[in-house]
Design a protein around this ligand. Structure first.
Ligand SMILES: O=C[C@H](O)[C@H](O)[C@H](O)COP(=O)(O)O
Length: 234
């Protein structure tokens, strides 16, 4: 296993071991490559028939099923005890950039419904200022036919570059999210006030949600290159 992969696993296992409430009834499962290990660890619990897991997208749903966990929906269980998720970049105040894997809307829905939101990541995600490590831009989910207007709006707000995320070799044309929307990646450089920028972007007609997660995470676990785990707490 590479050092990055083992860092992800260490962070995920430690986060579950230290935070999973014994009496949990509803648990949010995020998306991405780090959360794979969260689902794996939760799947090793003896009491896994005692709680349901709420996914944040298609991949997350598969993780829940593949690890023998009970699947529920956010419509059935709008109050979540604890949610675990990865991040593309994390600032010391626990503001995050998320959505590198196109799952940001359902991730934010689950995080906002959770009493406790725990971030798991490897050492590359720590950042003094958002926008410095994750340089491809802030992921923004938009209604498809609004893309040209929202690109213009984002440039007026100060974005240096805005890309409509493409499917690359896997799909000609834009990435389609689990909610059948498009994604923009907007490069604002250093993000000094994530809440303010989120509010400005969210106010644009056509924007569904932004990948700026502010005031949501209570603790972040980082797997380090040397095999240790460090934490940041709000
Ligand atoms: O859309 C994807 C999510 O926000 C992921 O949680 C994020 O991209 C981090 O993923 P990974 O754990 O693979 O770095």
């Amino acid at each position: 296993m590479s050092s990055v992969e083992s860092a992800k696993k260490l962070a995920a296992y430690r986060a579950v071991d230290e935070n999973f409430p014994p009496a949990a009834k509803v648990v949010g499962i995020g998306s991405g490559s780090t959360v794979i290990y969260v689902a794996e660890r939760i799947g090793q619990l003896d009491n896994k028939s005692d709680f349901v897991c709420i996914p944040t997208g298609f991949q997350s749903q598969q993780l829940i099923i593949d690890n023998g966990l009970r699947l529920g929906t956010i419509e059935q269980f709008p109050h979540i005890d604890i949610a675990f998720d990865g991040a593309d970049e994390v600032a010391p105040n626990l503001d995050c950039i998320k959505g590198g894997g196109a799952c940001l809307f359902q991730e934010k829905l689950v995080a906002a419904a959770a009493d406790k939101f725990i971030v798991v990541a490897d050492y590359r995600k720590k950042s003094e200022v958002l926008g410095r490590q994750w340089t491809q831009g802030i992921p923004i989910e938009i209604v498809p036919n609004a893309y040209a207007k929202v690109i213009n709006d984002l440039k007026k707000l100060g974005a240096k570059k805005v890309d409509l995320r493409s499917g690359g070799k896997a799909k000609a044309g834009p990435v389609i999210t689990d909610n059948h929307n498009f994604l923009l990646d907007a490069d604002f450089g250093d993000v000094k006030d994530a809440k303010k920028l989120h509010d400005e972007i969210k106010a644009l007609v056509g924007v569904v949600e932004t990948g700026l997660f502010t005031d949501l995470a209570q603790k972040a676990y980082f797997g380090e290159e040397n095999g240790e785990v460090s934490t940041w707490t709000k």
